[in-house]
Design a binder for this molecule. Structure first.
Ligand code: PMP
Length: 382
Protein backbone atom coordinates (compact mmCIF):
# COMPACT_ATOMS: atom_id res chain seq x y z
CA UNK A 1 0.00 0.00 0.00
CA UNK A 2 1.61 3.29 -1.01
CA UNK A 3 1.83 6.11 1.50
CA UNK A 4 -1.63 7.58 1.06
CA UNK A 5 -1.89 11.36 1.06
CA UNK A 6 -5.11 11.79 -0.87
CA UNK A 7 -7.72 11.59 1.88
CA UNK A 8 -9.66 14.52 0.46
CA UNK A 9 -10.38 12.37 -2.60
CA UNK A 10 -11.54 9.44 -0.53
CA UNK A 11 -10.67 7.62 2.67
CA UNK A 12 -10.16 3.96 3.53
CA UNK A 13 -13.06 2.33 5.33
CA UNK A 14 -12.83 2.92 9.08
CA UNK A 15 -12.60 -0.41 10.98
CA UNK A 16 -15.62 0.52 13.09
CA UNK A 17 -17.59 1.30 9.92
CA UNK A 18 -16.59 -2.04 8.42
CA UNK A 19 -17.72 -3.90 11.54
CA UNK A 20 -20.98 -1.93 11.61
CA UNK A 21 -21.60 -2.64 7.91
CA UNK A 22 -21.03 -6.37 8.34
CA UNK A 23 -23.24 -6.58 11.38
CA UNK A 24 -26.02 -4.55 9.76
CA UNK A 25 -25.80 -6.65 6.60
CA UNK A 26 -26.10 -9.85 8.59
CA UNK A 27 -28.76 -8.76 11.06
CA UNK A 28 -30.80 -6.16 9.22
CA UNK A 29 -30.69 -6.96 5.54
CA UNK A 30 -34.46 -6.88 5.16
CA UNK A 31 -36.20 -4.15 3.25
CA UNK A 32 -37.06 -1.39 5.71
CA UNK A 33 -40.37 -0.80 3.87
CA UNK A 34 -41.64 -4.38 4.15
CA UNK A 35 -44.31 -5.21 6.67
CA UNK A 36 -43.05 -8.18 8.69
CA UNK A 37 -41.24 -8.04 11.99
CA UNK A 38 -37.66 -8.29 10.67
CA UNK A 39 -38.27 -5.47 8.24
CA UNK A 40 -39.65 -3.39 11.09
CA UNK A 41 -36.41 -3.98 12.94
CA UNK A 42 -34.41 -2.77 9.94
CA UNK A 43 -36.63 0.28 9.82
CA UNK A 44 -36.08 0.92 13.53
CA UNK A 45 -32.33 0.54 13.20
CA UNK A 46 -32.38 2.92 10.23
CA UNK A 47 -34.33 5.53 12.18
CA UNK A 48 -31.97 5.18 15.10
CA UNK A 49 -29.00 5.84 12.75
CA UNK A 50 -30.85 8.95 11.51
CA UNK A 51 -31.29 10.11 15.12
CA UNK A 52 -27.59 9.61 15.84
CA UNK A 53 -26.60 11.59 12.75
CA UNK A 54 -29.04 14.30 13.82
CA UNK A 55 -27.35 14.39 17.24
CA UNK A 56 -23.91 14.75 15.65
CA UNK A 57 -25.07 17.59 13.41
CA UNK A 58 -27.26 19.22 16.01
CA UNK A 59 -30.54 18.88 14.17
CA UNK A 60 -33.79 16.94 14.21
CA UNK A 61 -33.54 13.56 12.50
CA UNK A 62 -36.67 14.37 10.45
CA UNK A 63 -34.71 16.89 8.38
CA UNK A 64 -32.22 14.24 7.21
CA UNK A 65 -32.65 12.42 3.89
CA UNK A 66 -30.19 9.65 3.05
CA UNK A 67 -28.77 9.85 -0.47
CA UNK A 68 -25.93 8.32 -2.46
CA UNK A 69 -23.53 11.11 -1.53
CA UNK A 70 -22.80 14.81 -1.69
CA UNK A 71 -23.09 15.02 -5.46
CA UNK A 72 -26.63 13.68 -5.38
CA UNK A 73 -27.53 15.88 -2.40
CA UNK A 74 -26.17 19.02 -4.05
CA UNK A 75 -28.03 18.17 -7.25
CA UNK A 76 -31.20 17.57 -5.25
CA UNK A 77 -30.93 21.03 -3.79
CA UNK A 78 -30.58 22.90 -7.06
CA UNK A 79 -33.06 20.73 -8.92
CA UNK A 80 -35.58 21.40 -6.17
CA UNK A 81 -34.85 25.12 -6.14
CA UNK A 82 -35.20 25.34 -9.91
CA UNK A 83 -38.74 24.04 -9.51
CA UNK A 84 -39.86 26.23 -6.66
CA UNK A 85 -38.07 29.57 -7.12
CA UNK A 86 -39.50 32.48 -9.06
CA UNK A 87 -38.15 32.57 -12.61
CA UNK A 88 -36.06 35.68 -11.93
CA UNK A 89 -34.72 34.60 -8.52
CA UNK A 90 -30.94 34.35 -8.22
CA UNK A 91 -28.74 32.14 -6.07
CA UNK A 92 -25.33 33.13 -4.65
CA UNK A 93 -22.50 30.61 -4.45
CA UNK A 94 -18.89 31.11 -3.43
CA UNK A 95 -16.24 31.28 -6.15
CA UNK A 96 -14.59 28.08 -4.85
CA UNK A 97 -17.50 25.65 -4.68
CA UNK A 98 -17.06 22.02 -5.66
CA UNK A 99 -18.30 21.24 -9.20
CA UNK A 100 -21.23 19.30 -7.74
CA UNK A 101 -22.53 22.62 -6.42
CA UNK A 102 -21.34 24.95 -9.17
CA UNK A 103 -22.27 22.78 -12.14
CA UNK A 104 -25.57 21.65 -10.59
CA UNK A 105 -26.50 25.29 -9.94
CA UNK A 106 -25.55 26.31 -13.47
CA UNK A 107 -27.33 23.36 -15.09
CA UNK A 108 -30.55 23.74 -13.12
CA UNK A 109 -30.84 27.52 -12.87
CA UNK A 110 -28.74 28.79 -15.78
CA UNK A 111 -25.51 30.73 -15.49
CA UNK A 112 -27.34 34.04 -15.56
CA UNK A 113 -29.02 33.29 -12.23
CA UNK A 114 -25.84 32.42 -10.34
CA UNK A 115 -24.06 35.20 -8.47
CA UNK A 116 -20.50 34.41 -7.45
CA UNK A 117 -19.37 35.50 -4.01
CA UNK A 118 -15.67 36.37 -4.27
CA UNK A 119 -13.04 35.05 -1.87
CA UNK A 120 -10.17 37.10 -0.44
CA UNK A 121 -6.50 36.44 -1.27
CA UNK A 122 -6.48 33.55 1.22
CA UNK A 123 -9.55 31.90 -0.32
CA UNK A 124 -11.90 32.94 2.49
CA UNK A 125 -15.40 34.34 1.96
CA UNK A 126 -15.27 37.49 4.04
CA UNK A 127 -18.51 38.47 5.79
CA UNK A 128 -18.34 41.87 4.04
CA UNK A 129 -18.29 40.17 0.63
CA UNK A 130 -21.38 38.16 1.52
CA UNK A 131 -23.08 41.25 2.92
CA UNK A 132 -22.52 43.08 -0.32
CA UNK A 133 -23.96 40.23 -2.41
CA UNK A 134 -26.95 39.95 -0.08
CA UNK A 135 -27.67 43.67 -0.29
CA UNK A 136 -27.09 43.99 -4.02
CA UNK A 137 -28.71 40.85 -5.39
CA UNK A 138 -31.15 39.63 -2.72
CA UNK A 139 -30.43 35.97 -3.58
CA UNK A 140 -33.00 33.32 -2.73
CA UNK A 141 -30.25 31.07 -1.38
CA UNK A 142 -26.57 31.28 -0.47
CA UNK A 143 -24.32 28.24 -0.89
CA UNK A 144 -20.89 28.28 0.77
CA UNK A 145 -18.89 25.14 1.48
CA UNK A 146 -17.75 24.55 5.06
CA UNK A 147 -14.21 23.41 4.12
CA UNK A 148 -12.57 23.51 0.73
CA UNK A 149 -11.51 20.25 -0.87
CA UNK A 150 -8.38 21.67 -2.54
CA UNK A 151 -6.90 24.13 -0.06
CA UNK A 152 -8.63 22.91 3.10
CA UNK A 153 -9.69 26.50 3.89
CA UNK A 154 -12.39 26.67 6.54
CA UNK A 155 -15.09 29.18 5.83
CA UNK A 156 -16.45 31.20 8.75
CA UNK A 157 -19.88 29.66 8.23
CA UNK A 158 -21.31 30.49 11.68
CA UNK A 159 -20.76 34.20 10.95
CA UNK A 160 -21.97 33.83 7.35
CA UNK A 161 -25.05 32.03 8.64
CA UNK A 162 -25.77 34.92 11.00
CA UNK A 163 -25.66 37.36 8.08
CA UNK A 164 -27.94 35.16 6.00
CA UNK A 165 -30.39 34.94 8.90
CA UNK A 166 -30.41 38.73 9.27
CA UNK A 167 -31.17 39.04 5.57
CA UNK A 168 -33.81 36.30 5.74
CA UNK A 169 -31.92 34.18 3.22
CA UNK A 170 -31.34 30.43 3.49
CA UNK A 171 -27.79 29.06 3.68
CA UNK A 172 -26.61 25.78 2.19
CA UNK A 173 -23.26 24.43 3.24
CA UNK A 174 -21.51 21.56 1.49
CA UNK A 175 -19.83 19.91 4.46
CA UNK A 176 -18.28 17.00 2.53
CA UNK A 177 -14.75 17.93 3.61
CA UNK A 178 -15.56 19.32 7.04
CA UNK A 179 -17.25 16.23 8.44
CA UNK A 180 -15.03 13.84 10.37
CA UNK A 181 -12.17 16.34 10.36
CA UNK A 182 -13.90 19.05 12.37
CA UNK A 183 -16.68 18.79 14.96
CA UNK A 184 -20.04 18.67 13.22
CA UNK A 185 -21.86 20.37 16.08
CA UNK A 186 -23.86 23.36 14.92
CA UNK A 187 -23.83 22.48 11.24
CA UNK A 188 -27.49 21.59 11.63
CA UNK A 189 -28.18 25.28 12.22
CA UNK A 190 -27.58 25.82 8.51
CA UNK A 191 -30.71 25.45 6.41
CA UNK A 192 -29.26 22.85 4.08
CA UNK A 193 -26.24 20.62 4.72
CA UNK A 194 -24.82 17.98 2.39
CA UNK A 195 -22.18 15.30 2.96
CA UNK A 196 -20.60 12.07 1.69
CA UNK A 197 -19.62 9.11 3.88
CA UNK A 198 -16.50 8.06 2.00
CA UNK A 199 -14.79 11.35 2.88
CA UNK A 200 -14.79 10.35 6.55
CA UNK A 201 -14.16 6.61 6.67
CA UNK A 202 -17.63 5.49 5.60
CA UNK A 203 -18.48 3.44 2.52
CA UNK A 204 -18.76 4.95 -0.94
CA UNK A 205 -22.17 5.65 -2.45
CA UNK A 206 -23.87 6.88 0.71
CA UNK A 207 -24.40 10.37 2.04
CA UNK A 208 -27.09 12.68 3.31
CA UNK A 209 -28.99 15.88 2.75
CA UNK A 210 -30.29 17.98 5.65
CA UNK A 211 -33.39 19.81 4.46
CA UNK A 212 -34.45 23.17 5.83
CA UNK A 213 -37.69 21.67 7.11
CA UNK A 214 -38.76 18.08 7.64
CA UNK A 215 -41.74 18.54 5.34
CA UNK A 216 -39.73 19.97 2.47
CA UNK A 217 -39.19 17.70 -0.51
CA UNK A 218 -36.82 18.06 -3.47
CA UNK A 219 -37.17 14.62 -5.05
CA UNK A 220 -34.58 13.81 -7.67
CA UNK A 221 -35.50 10.14 -7.85
CA UNK A 222 -39.15 9.20 -8.24
CA UNK A 223 -40.65 5.87 -7.32
CA UNK A 224 -41.40 4.33 -3.94
CA UNK A 225 -42.28 6.24 -0.77
CA UNK A 226 -38.92 5.75 0.95
CA UNK A 227 -37.44 8.58 3.03
CA UNK A 228 -40.95 9.96 3.50
CA UNK A 229 -41.35 10.39 -0.22
CA UNK A 230 -38.25 12.56 -0.42
CA UNK A 231 -35.94 10.03 -2.08
CA UNK A 232 -37.22 6.89 -3.78
CA UNK A 233 -35.28 3.64 -3.71
CA UNK A 234 -34.66 0.99 -1.06
CA UNK A 235 -32.59 2.48 1.73
CA UNK A 236 -29.06 1.15 2.03
CA UNK A 237 -29.25 0.59 5.76
CA UNK A 238 -25.88 -1.18 6.19
CA UNK A 239 -24.10 1.71 4.46
CA UNK A 240 -26.07 4.25 6.50
CA UNK A 241 -25.14 2.46 9.73
CA UNK A 242 -21.49 2.34 8.66
CA UNK A 243 -21.53 6.05 7.73
CA UNK A 244 -22.92 7.16 11.07
CA UNK A 245 -20.59 4.82 12.98
CA UNK A 246 -17.56 6.21 11.12
CA UNK A 247 -18.58 9.78 11.89
CA UNK A 248 -19.12 8.97 15.55
CA UNK A 249 -15.75 7.22 15.77
CA UNK A 250 -13.82 10.08 14.16
CA UNK A 251 -15.71 12.81 15.97
CA UNK A 252 -14.92 11.25 19.34
CA UNK A 253 -11.21 11.93 18.71
CA UNK A 254 -11.70 15.62 17.91
CA UNK A 255 -10.33 18.18 18.50
CA UNK A 256 -7.22 16.69 20.21
CA UNK A 257 -6.33 14.51 17.26
CA UNK A 258 -6.75 17.44 14.84
CA UNK A 259 -4.39 19.60 16.86
CA UNK A 260 -1.73 16.88 16.91
CA UNK A 261 -2.06 16.33 13.16
CA UNK A 262 -1.79 20.06 12.41
CA UNK A 263 1.63 20.08 14.07
CA UNK A 264 2.81 17.28 11.75
CA UNK A 265 1.39 19.07 8.72
CA UNK A 266 3.15 22.30 9.64
CA UNK A 267 6.47 20.49 10.12
CA UNK A 268 5.99 19.02 6.64
CA UNK A 269 5.36 22.49 5.19
CA UNK A 270 8.49 23.81 6.86
CA UNK A 271 10.60 21.01 5.46
CA UNK A 272 9.10 21.46 1.99
CA UNK A 273 9.88 25.18 2.07
CA UNK A 274 13.49 24.41 2.98
CA UNK A 275 13.79 21.82 0.23
CA UNK A 276 12.06 23.92 -2.40
CA UNK A 277 12.73 27.65 -2.03
CA UNK A 278 9.95 29.52 -3.81
CA UNK A 279 7.29 26.91 -2.98
CA UNK A 280 3.96 28.61 -2.31
CA UNK A 281 1.44 27.23 0.16
CA UNK A 282 -2.01 28.32 -0.92
CA UNK A 283 -4.09 29.88 1.86
CA UNK A 284 -1.20 29.28 4.25
CA UNK A 285 -2.37 32.18 6.41
CA UNK A 286 -6.00 31.08 6.71
CA UNK A 287 -7.63 28.60 9.09
CA UNK A 288 -7.44 25.28 7.26
CA UNK A 289 -8.22 21.63 7.65
CA UNK A 290 -5.42 20.00 9.64
CA UNK A 291 -4.75 17.44 6.93
CA UNK A 292 -4.54 19.50 3.75
CA UNK A 293 -1.73 21.34 1.98
CA UNK A 294 -2.23 22.85 -1.47
CA UNK A 295 1.11 23.94 -2.88
CA UNK A 296 2.41 25.55 -6.03
CA UNK A 297 5.73 23.87 -6.69
CA UNK A 298 8.53 26.17 -7.86
CA UNK A 299 9.11 24.02 -10.95
CA UNK A 300 7.76 21.10 -13.01
CA UNK A 301 4.18 20.22 -13.95
CA UNK A 302 2.00 18.61 -11.32
CA UNK A 303 1.47 15.45 -13.37
CA UNK A 304 5.22 14.96 -13.46
CA UNK A 305 5.37 15.27 -9.67
CA UNK A 306 2.47 12.91 -9.32
CA UNK A 307 4.01 10.30 -11.62
CA UNK A 308 7.40 10.42 -9.90
CA UNK A 309 5.83 10.22 -6.46
CA UNK A 310 3.60 7.33 -7.47
CA UNK A 311 6.69 5.42 -8.48
CA UNK A 312 8.19 6.20 -5.10
CA UNK A 313 5.09 4.69 -3.47
CA UNK A 314 3.33 7.93 -2.55
CA UNK A 315 -0.21 8.84 -3.57
CA UNK A 316 -1.02 12.56 -3.84
CA UNK A 317 -3.28 14.68 -6.04
CA UNK A 318 -2.84 17.47 -8.54
CA UNK A 319 -5.46 19.36 -6.55
CA UNK A 320 -7.98 18.89 -9.30
CA UNK A 321 -9.17 16.32 -11.77
CA UNK A 322 -6.59 17.07 -14.43
CA UNK A 323 -3.77 19.42 -15.18
CA UNK A 324 -3.96 19.47 -18.94
CA UNK A 325 -6.98 21.69 -19.44
CA UNK A 326 -8.25 24.78 -17.66
CA UNK A 327 -11.69 23.24 -17.07
CA UNK A 328 -10.16 20.64 -14.78
CA UNK A 329 -7.58 22.93 -13.21
CA UNK A 330 -7.69 24.10 -9.61
CA UNK A 331 -10.87 26.08 -8.97
CA UNK A 332 -9.26 27.65 -5.92
CA UNK A 333 -6.19 28.85 -7.78
CA UNK A 334 -8.33 30.23 -10.58
CA UNK A 335 -10.45 32.12 -8.04
CA UNK A 336 -7.23 33.52 -6.56
CA UNK A 337 -6.18 34.74 -9.99
CA UNK A 338 -3.22 32.37 -10.43
CA UNK A 339 -1.48 32.25 -13.78
CA UNK A 340 -1.80 29.26 -16.10
CA UNK A 341 1.81 28.37 -15.25
CA UNK A 342 1.00 28.25 -11.55
CA UNK A 343 -2.14 26.19 -12.14
CA UNK A 344 0.00 23.56 -13.79
CA UNK A 345 2.35 23.35 -10.84
CA UNK A 346 -0.31 22.86 -8.14
CA UNK A 347 -0.21 19.73 -6.01
CA UNK A 348 -2.35 18.76 -3.04
CA UNK A 349 -1.48 16.45 -0.22
CA UNK A 350 -4.12 15.37 2.28
CA UNK A 351 -3.19 13.20 5.22
CA UNK A 352 -5.36 10.97 7.33
CA UNK A 353 -6.43 10.72 10.94
CA UNK A 354 -3.62 8.29 11.69
CA UNK A 355 -0.82 9.68 9.53
CA UNK A 356 2.30 9.59 11.69
CA UNK A 357 5.23 11.99 11.98
CA UNK A 358 7.19 9.37 10.03
CA UNK A 359 4.60 9.32 7.23
CA UNK A 360 4.78 13.11 6.83
CA UNK A 361 8.57 13.00 7.01
CA UNK A 362 8.70 10.28 4.35
CA UNK A 363 6.39 12.33 2.17
CA UNK A 364 8.77 15.30 2.30
CA UNK A 365 11.72 13.00 1.59
CA UNK A 366 9.86 11.48 -1.38
CA UNK A 367 9.25 15.00 -2.75
CA UNK A 368 12.98 15.72 -2.44
CA UNK A 369 13.85 12.52 -4.32
CA UNK A 370 11.20 13.19 -6.97
CA UNK A 371 12.51 16.74 -7.38
CA UNK A 372 16.06 15.53 -7.90
CA UNK A 373 14.86 13.08 -10.50
CA UNK A 374 12.82 15.71 -12.32
CA UNK A 375 15.64 18.27 -12.22
CA UNK A 376 17.98 15.68 -13.68
CA UNK A 377 15.46 15.03 -16.46
CA UNK A 378 15.11 11.70 -18.23
CA UNK A 379 12.71 8.92 -17.45
CA UNK A 380 11.27 8.42 -14.02
CA UNK A 381 12.85 5.39 -12.37
CA UNK A 382 10.70 2.28 -12.45
N1 PMP B 1 -18.29 18.46 -2.20
C1 PMP B 1 -17.00 18.46 -1.88
C2 PMP B 1 -16.44 19.64 -1.14
C3 PMP B 1 -16.18 17.39 -2.22
O1 PMP B 1 -14.88 17.42 -1.90
C4 PMP B 1 -16.74 16.30 -2.91
C5 PMP B 1 -15.90 15.12 -3.33
N2 PMP B 1 -14.70 15.46 -3.96
C6 PMP B 1 -18.11 16.34 -3.22
C7 PMP B 1 -18.85 17.43 -2.85
C8 PMP B 1 -18.77 15.23 -3.97
O2 PMP B 1 -18.79 14.06 -3.21
P1 PMP B 1 -19.17 12.67 -3.86
O3 PMP B 1 -18.23 12.48 -5.01
O4 PMP B 1 -18.95 11.67 -2.79
O5 PMP B 1 -20.58 12.75 -4.30
Amino acid sequence: MPAYFDHNATTPLHPAARAAWLQASEQHWHNASSLYREAGMTSQALESARERLGDLLGTEAERIVFTSGATESNNMLFTGLAKCLEADAVVAISAIEHPSVREAARAMLGRGRIIEIPVDEEGVVQPAALQEVLARHQPALVSIMAANNESGVLQPWPELLRLCREAGVRLHTDAAQWLGKMKATGLGLCDYVTGSAHKFGGPKGIGFFVMAEAGESFPLLHGGPQENGRRAGTENYPAIEAMVTALEALTSRLPEQALAQAVLRDAFIQQMQQQFPGLRVISGGAPRLWNTVLMVMPRHDNLKWLTRLTRLGVAISTGSACSSGKEGASVVLQALGASWEELRRAVRVSGGWDSTAGDWQNLATAFAAAGEGLDAGGRAPD
